[in-house]
Design a protein around this ligand. Sequence first.
Ligand code: SF4
Length: 332
Amino acid sequence: MESIIRRPKALALVSGGLDSLLATRIILDQNIDVEAVHFVTPFCRCSCFSVNRISKEFGIKLHAILLGQEFLDIVANPRHGYGSQMNPCIDCRILMFRKAKELAEKIGADFLVTGEVLDERPFSQRLKAMLLIEREAGLEGKVLRPLSARLLPPTEAEREGWVDRERLLAIRGRRRTPQIELAAKYGIKDYPNPSGGCLLTDPAFARRVRDHLNHEGKLTLDDAILLMTGRHFRIDGVKVIVGRNMEENNKLLAIAEKHTMPYMMVSDYKGPITLIVGETKPEVIEKAAAITVRYSDAPKNVPVSVVYKYKEGKSEITVVATEDNEIKRLRI
Ligand code: SF4
């Protein structure tokens, strides 16, 4: 990022949420060239629609960066720990900032812009954490946060006069009123709920990830896909996954066939595909079959036949559906 003899240029990190939308708009209003970058992780639930909208409404170029195994390694082993669930936000932001820095250098952007609001998130948006993230990404003084800028140390963009600090904001905390008022002022409607986004902040999903890491110690892209698919059970240390609908059943079947993994389904009724991820002990197979019956259209209090397919062939087991209290005990 060299010194300026032309119109300054910023790279805005956009999530699809209202804050980054507003931050981008504020900087565009200061006659700065802006391009945007959006990061996608395997656990991202953000709407492409709201991200694309930024580039359409503001007429700016949008880059998308997929964070794959590098991100999953961080989830498995974050240097700076987790937030309230399994969200390693500090390490994740460091990774995003590093990638954004590389892109900024490539496109000739002079500084970064984010929609971060001081103290909005207790883990990663405290001043200390924000400065640490910047430092570890090699971006000290290069990240402008227009929504809270007047509460933060001046950045290079303000010091150099590329951006007028007086026209930046001093929003702090979790109250959304200032952002909602600002959106109304700019005529921005239909913005997504800020609670969406990353599955790792969802307590039920975080429980699955925690269970997976306790047993496996690492996280791959295949693991990530499985974690997001079906109902999960842990039987004698073995993971059992039961599809919830046709789409998930097809996905589980494709994974089973691709990796020659054992799976099962009820013989004569509609029902789920059940995948066994791990050692196929007889007691695990029997319990997995009973769970498969529980989620099928078969009657629940009589023995039902389940087809079990594995590498060497297939067999048939007859079991009665698992009772609800046992389901609750085994469910992750
Ligand atoms: S919520 Fe998820 S995507 Fe966002 S910073 Fe935290 S870990 Fe990364």
